[in-house]
Design a protein around this ligand. Structure first.
Ligand SMILES: [Zn+2]
Length: 342
């Protein structure tokens, strides 16, 4: 059985831990502790991330979610003390306008700031609405007494420092969850909940749980998959919005994304399992999307690939899901692991 209280607790903790792609050692250490609290030992691919192997019966599967998130990197320190940045991962500029952020210096200091355009006040600028929302018009304004580059540099800030966005996580009493980075801390938490539950079941498939750290830049699960693995199942966000079947209250099974159709037999098996277990689910198609399962296929691994995940609204923005969607994702993952092919 999936423990909803555990699921919510680990999700809250993952969301509170910054993990911009490329700066993930803190979340990897915390996830390792979380796994060890459940019993199993972790192993660590050279490129980073966390793996856990549980022996079992039948063809081996690898379940993957990603710990890394969208963020930014300092590109330039300006003469007025503000910072320019480049994106880490893919998102719309308006999605970060006005957002609190933290500059993570390479010496370990954290410095608070806010992301605005170069015209962040209607009281000063003539037509700030008309300013184009593009890279050169955005700045990080540090919450420090700095008005020049030397003072900003003296704080320890350098070009190449990572910038994490404030997740602004909210767990509402009615079950809705709003936060940045539900992609893919939601999937990562569902994997922990399924790992906790599957250990209490005597018969299940041999499984590798693999939390990757480079998914948002496109090479997460390109390495670290053994020859003996036959199936890969990504646990990542489902897309809720106009034209989509996905729901925040259900688990989505993805039939096709912009990279490729998912494996026909595996996708059908996931639908069959969800139907048999009466798990609320939706079959959907994602127009602009790739997963770590796609990455593993592109890297040349010979695998059947599938994708499931909770329905999430406003993805790569300020995202929203519901406890129901998380619960049903973890339930489907668990049911899949104990569904041993004849
Ligand atoms: Zn994702």
């Amino acid at each position: 059985m999936i423990d909803p209280i555990y699921l919510k607790r680990v999700l809250a903790e993952l969301l509170a831990t910054p993990s911009v792609t490329g700066h993930t050692e803190v979340i990897v250490a915390r996830l390792t502790e979380m796994v060890q609290e459940l019993g199993p030992k972790c192993t660590f691919p050279r490129k980073g991330g966390v793996q856990v192997f549980l022996p079992g019966r039948g063809p081996m599967v690898l379940v993957t979610g990603h710990l890394d998130t969208l963020g930014a990197m300092v590109k330039e320190i300006h003469s007025d003390g503000t910072l320019s940045f480049v994106k880490v991962g893919s998102y719309m500029f308006p999605s970060i306008e006005g957002e609190n952020c933290t500059v993570l210096t390479r010496k370990g200091r954290t410095i608070s700031g806010t992301i605005f355009t170069t015209e962040p006040s209607v009281h000063i600028f003539d037509e700030p609405d008309k300013l184009e929302r593009k890279l050169k018009n955005f700045r990080i304004y540090l919450d420090e007494p700095t008005n020049d580059a030397e003072t900003s540099k003296a704080l320890g800030i350098q070009v190449g420092d990572f910038v994490a966005f404030d997740p602004r996580s909210q767990f509402l009493a009615n079950g809705f969850i709003k936060s940045r980075h539900l992609d893919d801390k939601a999937g990562s938490a569902c994997m922990l909940a399924a790992l906790k539950a599957v250990q209490e079941i005597p018969r299940h498939r041999p499984v590798v749980f693999y939390w990757t750290i480079y998914e948002e830049v496109g090479h997460g699960a390109a390495a670290g998959i053994g020859e003996v693995v036959e199936e890969i199942l990504s646990v990542d966000i489902g897309l809720v919005g106009t034209g989509q079947t996905s729901s925040e209250m259900a688990v989505t099974i993805c039939a096709k994304d912009s990279f490729s159709p998912y494996d026909y037999q595996l996708t059908n098996a996931l639908v069959r399992i969800a139907e048999n277990q009466e798990i609320p689910h939706r079959l959907d198609v994602f127009p602009h999307y790739g997963s770590d399962a796609s990455v593993a296929l592109s890297a040349g691994h010979d695998l059947r690939a599938g994708l499931i995940g909770p329905g999430v609204f406003a993805t790569h923005f300020y995202e929203r899901t519901h406890q129901e969607g998380l619960q049903h994702t973890a339930e489907l993952l668990l049911a899949y692991l104990v569904d041993i092919p004849a």
